[in-house]
Design a protein around this ligand. Structure first.
Ligand code: SF4
Length: 63
């Protein structure tokens, strides 16, 4: 699985980093970046949780 963040859509809420910290991190600008590529199998569930929970649909997952 590959995770992609649309940085223009991210509003820095921090949800993705909270639910899936091995995959998402807020950078110096407070915008989410993907720090694990590809996403480890053990983190796929939380990556989906982040995708579902992102308030602006900024996270996209590809198989
Ligand atoms: S959940 Fe979405 S809006 Fe919130 S920090 Fe992550 S990518 Fe940005």
């Amino acid at each position: 699985m590959k995770a992609i963040v649309d940085r223009d859509a991210c509003i820095s809420c921090g949800l993705c980093e909270s639910v899936c910290p091995d995959v998402f991190e807020l950078d110096d600008e407070g915008i989410s970046v993907v720090i694990q590529d590809p996403v480890d199998e053990e983190n796929e569930d939380c990556a989906r949780e982040a995708e579902d929970g992102c308030p602006t649909d900024a996270i996209h997952l590809e198989d």
